[in-house]
Ligand binder design. Structure first.
Ligand code: ADP
Ligand code: MG
Ligand code: MG
Length: 250
């Protein structure tokens, strides 16, 4: 599904990614961990096509196509989903309206009929149930006055509605309480499908007590310095990151 080869990228003239290699297959959950400033968010943003990040080398193949040649909108239409680390608040736009617009955008790109508000209500209410969200949130302005945990749940609802092929979740380095961690983890576990994949970016070993990743990768100095199975997360919990940092250029 996703094949990253020797990816290098800069932001503001600073080289952040120093040759990333990563393969993600359908049905897999990958966790990308690593110390603060190691380039985790940069990798997520580069995959989503954020214009502030410049790719300076390497290749990314997504679903057999050149991901880096696609505009961010096209990436989304191809089923790539990036959850915002800091979800935006949109006053005056209801959650249901926003979700339907995004949903129809993807349907249009696939040559499918758009759904009207009534049809969409069935879709979104079912998804809200699936991710355990109170339907009252559907008629509120997007993320306005939502708590941290509610924003997380809303992000998971977006993911449920859009049913991405590849979801990339970039979790904050701070401020995620246990409840919010569980929301994210439950969402990822509930929405896991054999034909989709998830990359969870996190500073927190703790999140992986709830999400069971198939693979864990440690990013340090803009490179993946270690990959392993679920046990690697436990090892990191016990030993921290320092033992992996030798040879990593920060
Ligand atoms: P992580 O998510 O692993 O904590 P980031 O990818 O956010 O790391 O950041 C990696 C490095 O890139 C850091 O040194 C950070 O200061 C730098 N960086 C990130 N975004 C920008 C930016 N917009 N301008 C300049 N430097 C940036
Ligand atoms: Mg950071
Ligand atoms: Mg980050």
């Amino acid at each position: 599904m996703l094949d990253i080869r020797n990816l290098t990228a800069t932001v503001g003239d600073k080289q952040i990614l120093n040759g990333i290699n990563l393969t993600v297959n359908a049905g897999e959950v990958h966790a990308i961990m690593g110390p603060n400033g190691s380039g985790k968010s940069t990798l997520a943003q580069v995959l989503a096509g954020h214009p502030a990040y410049e790719v300076t080398g390497g290749e990314v193949t997504y679903d057999g196509e050149d991901l880096l040649a696609m505009d961010p909108e096209v990436r989304a239409q191809h089923g790539l989903f990036l959850a915002f680390q800091y979800p935006v608040e949109i006053p005056g736009v209801t959650n249901a309206y926003f979700l339907r617009a995004a949903y129809n955008e993807i349907r249009k790109a696939r040559g499918e009929e758009e759904v009207d508000p009534i049809e969409f209500l069935d879709v979104v209410e079912e998804k809200a149930r699936l991710v355990d969200m109170d339907p009252a949130f559907l008629s509120r302005s997007v993320n306005m006055g939502f708590s941290g945990g509610e924003k997380k749940r809303n992000e998971i609802l977006q993911m449920a509605v859009l049913a991405p092929k590849l979801a990339i979740l970039d979790e904050t380095d701070s401020g995620l309480d246990i409840d919010a961690l569980r929301v994210v983890a439950d969402g990822v576990n509930t929405l896991k499908r054999p034909d989709s994949a998830t990359i969870v970016v996190t500073h927190y070993q703790r999140l992986l007590n709830y999400i069971v990743p198939d693979f864990v990768h440690v990013l340090a100095g803009g490179r993946i310095v270690k990959s392993g199975g679920r046990d690697l997360a436990l090892e990191l919990e016990a030993k921290g990151y320092d033992w992996l940092m030798e040879g990593a250029t920060a």
